[in-house]
Every structure is written in structure tokens, then in C-alpha cells.
Design a protein around this ligand. Structure first.
Ligand code: HEM
Length: 462
């Protein structure tokens, strides 16, 4: 059986000058990749004063990602580009500061919190189904990326603040994030290569302005709850903000201060919706182009959910739905690359990597690696049920990262995605729009330069 292979930027066949690479990478880092990037075990780029290593070899990936001794902290260069938005949040900090934050935040993502989050996920999904129904009735060909960003932002907003994303402040946050996201690639790559002077001051100014607006708006939402808690008033809300405000440093018993709290909330809003939105958008594109799989998913969701409101316990029975999402995460990992820094000179394969080098681990490359995956570019959700993929899954699949910095929201993301996709497949049929071919670009996450348009049709049962 032949499988759908989604389009992605054609890898370069020949060596290009570093300047031409940077010019195209200002639009998307994917444009700087070569065909051999998908075959190699380790590659390197040397610039005056800075070295960058790209590692695909599973043993080296483990060496870097599982390191617990602090030899490979998160890249300070990349953190710098994100700091105006994320401040000193858990996504960018290192060492003792990161460990303290992780200890304080982990409990907000345990199983019991997933149970609490489910009704918020379902409420936001229901609103999405109503919006999609209207679009289908109008015969529109919506950009599904807009809808997926809306529903995931709504979910994370409801789970942080116990409110839907309908107010004026929420909408402004949503729009400012879109602006920040569009400028991000112009900042990230030069930062990673240690050549920040290549970034235009205008782009820096625009990204700082968007970040300041987002932080100001988030702070205005956190402030009343924070002040009330200081006065001993209990909001009675069981949301992530409440969990963060009552979290205590296990060593000192101290809570987060106000600014640090806003840092964490901003980071969580970004990490908690941008990534899921990207993966769900690509899932919809893949399903629209694989009618047989879509049909099987429809049957599965009808059998498991029936026509009634989904229950959290249904999620574990949606096997094909979960495999579709896993396969979308393989082909379009939202976090396309992870950057670390070597604090000291160290051996890697047959090389000595100097201290201060950037080390890049790219799920995008590893999960399409030619010698680890059969049909690496093909959409085949059934591969997760066959023994052949077991080794690749174990060694070459890391959409949520790995090691101590592994994604804190992986279970949260899987739960919301399974729910959204199962409801989508139960109530609607998706078809591609003739002549529209989404073009993947690497921004903060992997998005499409020209949107992802689909045709939507209501199913009988909807
Ligand atoms: C499909 C959805 C998602 C994907 C693919 C994803 C992927 C990742 C990856 C790859 C990392 C590690 C980055 C690195 O090591 O440099 C990460 C970290 C993180 N993610 Fe996610 N993520 C997703 C959804 C979420 C959600 C829904 C949340 C929260 C509700 C979340 C919260 C976080 C946090 C807090 C970290 C930082 C953990 C740390 O550094 O200790 N993510 N995510």
C-alpha cells in the first residue's frame, strides 16, 4: 500500500556559502539542511569563534540529553533570544535554578491534574466543533492552523486561569503571540550561531515589543489572584495558576515571587499551546490526504465515543487516533531542534568538541533519518504496531525531548490531542484543497508558510 508523503523543503544537494544559508534560514532553519543531514551521524559548522555540532547518532544524543552533571546545559545563546518573552522561566534556566523550578512545577502536571484538566479540554473542544460546524455549513475552506491554535490556546488558558480565551485581554495575548512567532526565526538562528549582530535592530525591537505586550497582559491577569492570595483569600480554583502560587521550594519553603510567576505563566502559555497547535494542524493535513486512515479513525471514534460527550477513560481506547498523532509528531515534530552548549571540551564519536560549542539535537532530522526508519517521509500510523519500528522508536523518536529536560506537558498534550482528533474524525470529514500545498517552515515550532487549508464536511452523526 502506498502512503501519503507530505511535501517539505527540498534538502540542498550541494554545499552553499554560509551567507546564502543564513539568508534562507532567516525565513526557516529547514532551508539550511542538506540531503546528507538526513543520513549523517554527526555534522559540524565552524564560524570564526564559534563551533556548532549537529548530532543524529543515538548514542551521542543520549550522551547530551541524558547528561545529569551539567556538562550540556540549555544553550544560553538561544535563551537570550527568548528571554524578553519567557524571562527566567523553566524553559530556559539551568542548574540549581532550573531544578528548583522543576520541583515546584512538576506536581501541577501529575495524573490527578490531568483529570482536573479534562473538563476544560472538552469545553474548549466543544466550542471548536461549533466553530468548525459553521465553517462546514458555509462551504468555507478554512486554514485549520487558525482553528487548532485557537482551541489549544483556549485549553491552556482555561487550565491556567479557569477562564475561556474569549475576553479582550486574551485575544490581544493571542495576537501578540502570532507576531512574536513570525519574527522568531530571524532571531533564533543567528543567536544559535553566535552572530547576533546579523539580526536587524528593527526585528529585535518588534519582538521585544510583542513580548512586553504579552507579559503586561499576563501580569494583569495574574495580579488580582496573586494579591488576593497574599491577603489570605482563597479563590477556590483548582487551576495551574493556583498550583503555581501555592508551590513551595522543597529546600527553603519559599514560593515563586510575582515576576517569576509571570515568567512561568508566559512560558506555559507558549509551550502549552504553540506545540500542540502545530502537531494538530499537521495531523489534520495528513488525515485530509489519507482518506482510508481517516475513515478508520472515524469508525474508531464512533465505536469508542458514540454520539455522546467523551469521557477521560475513553482516551486510552483510541489506539489509531493516538498513532496518527504520534506519526504527525514524527513527521512534523513541533520542536524541530533542541540546542545545548558544551561547558567543557569533550569526546564525541571520533571528534573532540571544544568547550563553548553549540550542540544541536534535531527531532526533525532524527525522526526522518534514512537509515533508522522505513519509508521515513511517509505517513504510516500503523508503523507503531509493527515490530520493525521498535528499534527506531526506542532510539530515534523524541518529539518530547528526553532526559531531565523532557517535556513536562507530554501527557497533557497527548490527552488533549487524542480528544480533539477523535472528535474531529467523528464529526467531520476532511479533504485537501486542490492546488493548495502547505509549505513547512521552521519558526518557533514547525508551521506552514501558506497555512493549511482543508475542506470540511459534516458527518451524518454530527
Ligand atoms: C505536542 C505538544 C508538545 C511537544 C511536541 C512538546 C515538546 C517539548 C520538548 C521537545 C521539550 C524539551 C526541549 C528541550 O529539551 O530543549 C519540551 C519542554 C517543555 N514542555 Fe513541552 N511539548 C508539548 C506540549 C507541552 C504542553 C502542553 C506543555 C504544558 C502544558 C508543555 C510544557 C513544557 C515545559 C514546561 C517544558 C520545559 C521542561 C524543562 O525544561 O524542564 N509542553 N516540550
Amino acid at each position: 500500500m502506498s502512503h501519503f508523503c507530505p511535501v517539505y523543503p527540498k534538502p540542498r544537494q550541494q554545499k552553499a556559502s554560509i551567507w546564502s544559508l543564513f539568508r534562507s534560514a532567516r525565513v526557516s532553519w529547514m532551508e539550511s539542511l542538506y540531503e546528507r543531514s538526513y543520513r549523517m551521524e554527526m555534522g559540524e559548522v565552524h564560524l570564526p569563534g564559534h563551533h556548532l555540532y549537529m548530532v543524529n547518532d543515538p548514542a551521542v544524543v543520549k550522551q547530551v540529553m541524558n547528561d545529569a552533571s551539567g556538562n550540556f546545559p540549555k544553550s544560553e545563546l538561544l535563551a537570550d533570544a527568548l528571554r524578553p518573552l519567557l524571562g527566567d522561566s523553566i524553559f530556559t534556566t539551568n542548574g540549581a535554578q532550573w531544578q528548583r523550578q522543576r520541583n515546584m512545577m512538576d506536581p501541577a502536571f501529575g495524573q490527578t491534574k490531568l483529570d482536573v484538566a479534562f473538563p476544560a479540554m472538552w469545553a474548549a473542544t466543544q466550542d471548536m466543533l461549533v466553530r468548525l460546524g459553521k465553517l462546514a455549513d458555509d462551504g468555507a475552506q478554512p486554514d485549520i492552523e487558525i482553528e487548532m491554535t485557537h482551541v489549544t490556546a483556549d485549553i491552556i488558558f482555561r487550565t491556567i486561569f479557569s477562564e475561556p480565551i474569549t475576553g479582550d485581554a486574551a485575544q490581544r495575548i493571542f495576537e501578540a503571540f502570532a507576531r512574536f512567532q513570525s519574527i522568531a526565526p530571524k532571531l533564533l538562528l543567528p543567536s544559535l550561531y553566535g552572530i547576533k549582530w546579523l539580526v536587524w535592530p528593527w526585528d529585535v525591537w518588534r519582538s521585544r515589543r510583542a513580548a512586553a505586550e504579552i507579559r503586561g497582559l499576563l501580569a494583569s491577569l495574574v495580579r488580582p489572584r496573586y494579591d488576593a492570595l497574599q491577603k489570605g483569600e482563597n479563590s477556590g480554583k483548582d487551576d495551574i495558576l493556583a498550583a503555581f502560587m501555592t508551590a513551595r521550594d522543597p529546600a527553603t519553603g519559599a514560593p515563586f515571587g510575582f515576576d517569576e510567576l509571570v515568567d512561568q505563566v508566559g512560558m506555559l502559555f507558549l509551550a502549552g499551546h504553540e506545540t500542540s497547535a502545530s502537531a494538530l494542524t499537521w495531523s489534520a493535513h495528513l488525515l485530509a490526504n489519507a482518506p482510508d486512515i481517516q475513515h478508520r479513525m472515524h469508525e474508531e471514534s464512533l465505536a469508542v465515543l458514540g454520539a455522546s460527550a467523551p469521557k477521560q477513560s475513553d482516551m486510552k481506547s483510541l489506539d489509531l487516533t493516538r498513532n496518527v498523532f504520534r506519526e504527525a509528531l514524527r513527521l512534523f515534530p513541533p520542536v524541530g531542534f533542541m540546542a545545548r552548549e558544551s561547558t567543557q571540551s569533550c569526546p564525541m564519536r571520533d571528534k573532540t568538541v571544544p568547550a563553548g560549542s553549540s550542540i544541536v539535537v534535531s527531532p526533525w532530522l532524527i525522526q526522518r533519518h534514512r537509515s533508522r526508519w522505513a519509508e521515513p517521509d511517509a505517513f504510516n500510523p500503523d508503523r507503531y504496531d509493527n515490530d520493525e519500528s521498535r528499534e527506531a522508536l526506542r532510539t530515534a523518536y523524541l518529539p518530547f525531548g528526553m532526559g531531565p529536560r523532557v517535556c513536562m506537558g507530554a501527557a497533557f498534550a497527548l490527552q488533549e490531542a487524542t480528544l480533539i482528533l477523535a472528535c474531529l474524525a467523528r464529526d467531520f470529514r476532511l479533504e485537501p484543497v486542490v492546488g493548495h500545498v502547505p509549505q513547512p517552515v521552521g519558526r518557533l515550532t514547525i508551521r506552514s508558510a501558506n497555512g493549511v487549508k482543508v475542506k470540511l464536511f459534516r458527518r451524518q452523526a454530527a
